[in-house]
Design a protein around this ligand. Sequence first.
Ligand SMILES: Cc1ncc(COP(=O)(O)O)c(C=O)c1O
Length: 380
Amino acid sequence: MREEIAMERIPVSGPWITQKEIDYVADAVAHAWYANANMYHERFQKAFAEYLGVRFAVCLPSATSGIHLSLLALGVGPGDEVIVPDVTWIASTAPITYVGATPVFADIDPQTWCLSTASFVDCLSPRTKAVIPVDLYGSMPDMDSLLAAAKHRGVAVIEDAAEAIGSTYKGKKAGSFGDTSVYSFHGSKTLTTGEGGMLVTDREDIHQRVLILRDHGREPGDRMFWNKEVAYKYKMSSMQAALGLAQLERVEELIARKRQIFGWYVRELAGLEGLTLNYDPPDKQVVHWMITVIVDPRFGIEKHRLMDLMSERGIDCRPFFHPLSSLPAYVDNGQARQAAQRNVVSYRISPNGMNLPSGMNMTEEKVAYVCSALRDILKL
Ligand SMILES: Cc1ncc(COP(=O)(O)O)c(C=O)c1O
């Protein structure tokens, strides 16, 4: 059985699509045109806002565009600094450069792997305009202390919940903490539209501003091609919105599957000396988008070598995100060298972390195979 599994490569991620998704997309292709062009956008946005318990949701082509629009709507621009966790996907930070502001890389917390409040406070300066906490791999930062510190200093919060559908913090859903928050529906995500994203907010002023900024600077509903400013074109297609709606109607099922996959990994790996999985808080109310293992440095195998060895066994893994301050992309960022000195947790964890296959099609047998390969490599 295990050999049979090894014959087909195990991908690192992938969706769970049913007939419902196919039917909704087919219906959008057939009917979402002319006066009905936005029917699936409207349903998806309304249902998503209701699901999160926020007032407004705007579907977009990506979470990256959501962060870009958030920064623009909050008035972040040249001369401003935006604090971000050093360890995240570059999409969390690239839009800071798009608007001419400067990313400042703060350290992560050793348990949650999310932005450390203490490090955030250390990085504050008179130029700090916003902070982008990231719910990394579905984990949640200590929102209470982070939001209190941000509020105290008048710093706007953009929550990057791209990876965190289904996660909650003290009973409140990921994506409901920021002045704005964003979700990604990239093909690897728990809830997917292939490519896509959502910006959510409770603030009417931001909602209105985003609707203008994302449609070439014209008022919502404008039919007269009356552009009041030069802006952006950030829209989702109706086929994507239909797919998103179908997935959202199954969200509890998607979340339950993710939790189940995590449970299988825990059963196989938890308790093994030298391995650390994603932090699972006592209330179990987070959904681990990418199930991730940190391997103690005493094994003497850093993540790239480990990935190669897993790949030889037919298993696709991904590296724990590198500290952004270590990437060539930020070689000209004046703060990166300082960050590399300061962010000891980021630099300690990242070299030994690896995302394990976490796709929605994982089975108990596949998880057992992946874990036996890992144990075999590490001689555990
Ligand atoms: C933490 C984080 N932020 C932002 C993004 C960007 O999402 P998108 O690819 O939809 O732009 C991703 C995507 O993987 C992500 O993981």
